[in-house]
Write a protein of this length. Structure first.
Length: 375
């Protein structure tokens, strides 16, 4: 049995990355993820790795690009507006098929926003915030223990498919403390072997470099070839958790911190006369569309609970594909769901209307916008 320790989420994540073989970290301070670079600064050298506080987020992601090109397990972390600045570098990492780990401890937005935990970066992460046709792995932990253990999984899948990986977490998860244990032994990256594509120096002194340019002069062919890997990922690497889905009237769909509030709602549902189930996506890309579609055919309503104005719900609607009505229980920019508020929304979903259900068009009814120029 692994030893249990009390850790803050950000520190568990950083230690988990080092244990998973991370040997290069570049980052820049921003709340609420500052404990990640602080921990890396204190411990990376002892692990035989390198820590760099870059002069900007743009510099940090490009340093990760250079390190990843050598086959090193590299990582950067930031929070919402900082990850926005990294998007061009992430797109370049995807175009070069370089594995790496990017962490986003989300805060309220848009813009500078606030430092409260939120989930408003779902589109940015799952759609690829940079230019072009590409995907990255997106993992959504909901506990300090998962924060500590997900880096190993992220590195392994990122390297298997040569696709960058992101851990996307609500900033509250990074700040909270919980008892946790690591479910794997520390990894010495020297025992993992070398990649045949990695930047290196041959014995004759000639540099080997096949990751910075396309293999041919046909960009379309490269994109189509990469799409085959994306198809394999969507078929084989979907991860999710289910609770009480065998016999429920309302299926809750939530990830991260919101899913924990849903667990509270499930524990109280019986006394309210409600039959609730929960599907928690662990991979936001690839998304568990197939399983969600199967479950939607067995329920009266689907309720998405998210700390944003309605982003996850778009993927939920696509997956459900009309098999059941889909409703949104929204908590944007730092608002936090509770079990009781979710129960209220679930009861409304059964009726098809009521408190806790957000619809943008209904919300805007009767509102007149008088902005613009004065004449």
């Amino acid at each position: 049995m692994a030893e249990k320790t009390l850790r803050k989420g950000n520190e568990a994540l950083a230690e988990g990355a080092i244990r998973a073989g991370c040997r290069f970290f570049a980052g820049y301070p921003i709340t609420p993820q500052n404990e990640v670079p602080e921990y890396m600064a204190a411990h990376m050298a002892d692990a035989g790795g390198a820590f760099v506080q870059a002069e900007s987020e743009v510099s940090a992601i490009n340093m990760v690009y250079g390190s990843a090109a050598t086959g090193t397990r590299a990582m950067t972390s930031s929070s919402s507006p900082g990850v926005s600045l990294k998007q061009e570098g992430i797109s370049y990492l995807a175009s070069a098929d370089l594995p790496c780990l990017i962490v986003n401890m989300m805060r309220g937005g848009p813009g500078l926003g606030n430092i409260a935990g939120a989930q408003g970066d779902y589109f940015q992460a799952t759609r690829g915030g940079g230019n072009g046709d590409y995907h990255i792995f997106v993992f959504a932990p909901n506990s300090v223990e998962e924060l500590g253990n997900f880096p190993k999984m992220a590195y392994e899948l990122s390297e298997k498919y040569r696709i960058p990986a992101m851990i996307l977490a609500d900033g509250i998860l990074g700040q909270m403390m919980e008892s946790m244990s690591f479910n794997f032994d520390p990894i010495d990256p020297k025992t993992l072997g070398k990649f045949d594509w990695a930047l290196d120096i041959h014995k004759n002194g000639a540099p080997k470099n096949n990751v910075f340019s396309y293999k041919g002069d046909n960009l379309s062919a490269d994109v189509w070839a990469r799409a085959k890997r994306y198809g394999l990922v969507e078929r084989d690497e979907v991860r999710f958790e289910e609770r009480n889905t065998e016999d429920c009237d309302v299926l809750l769909v939530a990830y991260g911190l919101s899913s924990r509030a849903c667990l509270e709602a499930l524990s109280k549902a019986h006394e309210k006369g409600l039959k609730l189930g929960l599907l928690r996506p662990i991979t936001l890309w690839p998304f568990p569309s197939k399983r969600l579609n199967e479950l939607a055919g067995k329920v009266k309503a689907v309720l998405t609970v998210e700390q944003s104005l309605g982003q996850l719900v778009q993927d939920v609607r696509l997956a459900v594909n009309g098999k059941a009505p889909v409703y949104l229980n929204a908590y944007p920019s730092g608002d936090i769901p509770s079990g009781d508020s979710i129960l209220t929304a679930a009861a409304s979903a059964l009726k098809g209307e009521g408190e806790g259900l957000f619809d943008l068009q209904k919300y805007s009814e009767g509102f007149e916008w008088k902005g613009g120029r004065n004449k």
